[in-house]
Design a binder for this molecule. Sequence first.
Ligand code: HEC
Ligand code: HEC
Ligand code: HEC
Ligand code: HEC
Ligand code: HEC
Ligand code: HEC
Ligand code: HEC
Ligand code: HEC
Ligand code: HEC
Ligand code: HEC
Length: 403
Amino acid sequence: MKKNVALIILICFLALGVFGQQTSVVFAASAGQDPAPTATPDTSNPHRAGECLGCHGLPGMKGRTANDEIVSLYIQPAEHEVNFHTQAGVGCKFCHLDQGEYPHASSSFATCSVCHGMNGEKVDKTAELIFTLPYQDPREFTLSFNDACSQCHQEKYDQVAESVHTRLAEAGNKYAPMCVDCHGAHAISEANRQTQSAICKKCHEGEYNQYKDSVHGAALEDEANPDVPTCGGCHGSHAVKGPSNTDFRQIAATEICGKCHSDPAVMEKYGISTDVMGTYLEDVHGKTNIMGRVNRLDEVKATCYDCHGVHNILSPSNPYSSVYPSNLQATCAQCHQNAGIQFPAAWLSHKKPELATMPLLYAVNNYSLAVVVIVLLLAGLWVILDLRRANAVQVYKNEQGQE
Ligand code: HEC
Ligand code: HEC
Ligand code: HEC
Ligand code: HEC
Ligand code: HEC
Ligand code: HEC
Ligand code: HEC
Ligand code: HEC
Ligand code: HEC
Ligand code: HEC
């Protein structure tokens, strides 16, 4: 389909080249604006107004970077038309501020003869045309256009600036993803929940392959489930966070998993308990999370994903799940080296001790709570009585002193 459109446009283009002797015809057809009005129209360079596809629609247009690599300078007219920005009215010049006219501000020289020949011959539209580009390599070339997006999407820049990806870039990794790596430049398509993992997959295929079979990923890919996390749901799409953020282990439980798993409006639909976060924070493992917050420890022991897995999380009733009863001992043994077969039973799991299910523990818990409360109350009373007495003694002494 796309190919056909491209072909038709190409044929029209060629036909115009043959029949349209005057440039005005050619460039009117190659989509763009009218030439800027000048006092004495300069006909020697009809390209000055910069109609782009007149030249960049030539399939043989290429550029050579300083390190001798070749990049294509050809823009497929069909691709341009389906481009999201074209449809939103964002034309070429919005992003290419330095190339609005020809010769481009970025051109090192106006190389008319490469296309027109030394004697102004007809342009051979099938020829390979290689131009020298003022960039070290193709990556520098790409990066030089990254700021173009900021004119209109500044808030995304601010978010990306906080990401682990930007820290990679700052540390010298020039392949850390920029706007154009994730979105493309010309064929920018819709970016939403459904297309998200495809974007991250470009560079993180290993994580994606695990994710797509997990309880979260399978629901997204197979059923377009609106509630499960995408890659960005756990990491953020622009302000991406990951394990190299020192607080990542801490926020994983409460802000990442807990955000959904303690929300009854979401979990009710799937019949999944929302006690998981509360019970975690109350048990011995979750306590280190709370202590970590207070004392700024970065080593939080047993967070949700130590038991459940990360990108490969499965339902506990799935025999491949790391928390399936027969796998549980191995899961605990990652940290509790000598954990025997009975060890998992030493832990309450995500269950709250309740009168009906665990009467003894419930009684012990409540008994100790009651004892603590009563002792504190008695102590408080004692302090108050003592203060009152001390006060009375002082008043008496003062009166004696005055006499
Ligand atoms: C007369 C032909 C011609 C027209 C018209 C033209 N270009 Fe170019 N363009 C070139 C050539 C030749 C190069 C190769 C490098 C150079 O000479 O600047 C180039 C290079 C580029 C580059 C590569 C970056 C760089 O710095 O060289 C971009 C981007 C570009 N043009 C965009 C545009 C846009 C956008 C338009 C329309 C506003 C346009 N061009 C119109 C001939 C043209
Ligand atoms: C939304 C911003 C945006 C718009 C609109 C846009 N470009 Fe680009 N263009 C870019 C970016 C970013 C790059 C660098 C991409 C890369 O190197 O992968 C680029 C690269 C190019 C190149 C170098 C070849 C290439 O594909 O990498 C040419 C030529 C070019 N653009 C011409 C055009 C023309 C002609 C139009 C209008 C039909 C246009 N651009 C519209 C952002 C844009
Ligand atoms: C990237 C290739 C390219 C470059 C570089 C280029 N032109 Fe053109 N030029 C074309 C194309 C394509 C046409 C359309 C006419 C055609 O189909 O042959 C054209 C048409 C023209 C015409 C109209 C007459 C004609 O041949 O049809 C003039 C005049 C012209 N160009 C002048 C210039 C000048 C002056 C420069 C240098 C400043 C220049 N061009 C650089 C590709 C180029
Ligand atoms: C690491 C990949 C990645 C990078 C880098 C990235 N994006 Fe995105 N972007 C996404 C994903 C995934 C979505 C869709 C999901 C979402 O909205 O969270 C998206 C959505 C968008 C949207 C549309 C949705 C919305 O929230 O309005 C815009 C506009 C956007 N990005 C612009 C940018 C700009 C501009 C940059 C560069 C500063 C950029 N993005 C950098 C991955 C990325
Ligand atoms: C001149 C302004 C302008 C520039 C420059 C610009 N955009 Fe956009 N962009 C828009 C407009 C307008 C929309 C559509 C309105 C909207 O939905 O926000 C849009 C929408 C988007 C979307 C969302 C598509 C969707 O799913 O809704 C993405 C992604 C995007 N732009 C990425 C980029 C990238 C990447 C660049 C730089 C290469 C860029 N934009 C440069 C104006 C611009
Ligand atoms: C349910 C939440 C969740 C989802 C969904 C998720 N991640 Fe992760 N991701 C994590 C956690 C938690 C870690 C930290 C693991 C660790 O410290 O070992 C992590 C680590 C990473 C890392 C660092 C390297 C590694 O494997 O430890 C990358 C890269 C990554 N994720 C990419 C992705 C991509 C790409 C997707 C989508 C296909 C994705 N993640 C989906 C939670 C998630
Ligand atoms: C153009 C390539 C590219 C794309 C696209 C990309 N990343 Fe990355 N990402 C990297 C590189 C390179 C690293 C550093 C090496 C590594 O940890 O794998 C990285 C690292 C990460 C890390 C680990 C950071 C840490 O703390 O160690 C996470 C998490 C991550 N990316 C998430 C994402 C998500 C989510 C998306 C999609 C929205 C995405 N990435 C898209 C290239 C990319
Ligand atoms: C964006 C919300 C969201 C986030 C974030 C999230 N989950 Fe989930 N999770 C869900 C939904 C919705 C389901 C149910 C999917 C289904 O059954 O189709 C689910 C299912 C599960 C299940 C399977 C439960 C069962 O009984 O089948 C486990 C285990 C799980 N998640 C653990 C985690 C862990 C651990 C994290 C953090 C690393 C996490 N989730 C992050 C929404 C989320
Ligand atoms: C020490 C290991 C461990 C930790 C830490 C842990 N879990 Fe679990 N989780 C389990 C086990 C074992 C089960 C299965 C038995 C059960 O449901 O109690 C389970 C079950 C679940 C279920 C399924 C509940 C249902 O109703 O089907 C979800 C969802 C869940 N955990 C999420 C979490 C979240 C979110 C965290 C962090 C706040 C977390 N888990 C921390 C071991 C753990
Ligand atoms: C990531 C490491 C890790 C994993 C996995 C883990 N634990 Fe722990 N657990 C600890 C640490 C460390 C402590 C000591 C208390 C503390 O510092 O938080 C602890 C303490 C305990 C205690 C209190 C008694 C004691 O030995 O100190 C029990 C009971 C317990 N864990 C059960 C389990 C069970 C059951 C599993 C598997 C379902 C499990 N743990 C998985 C790290 C882990």
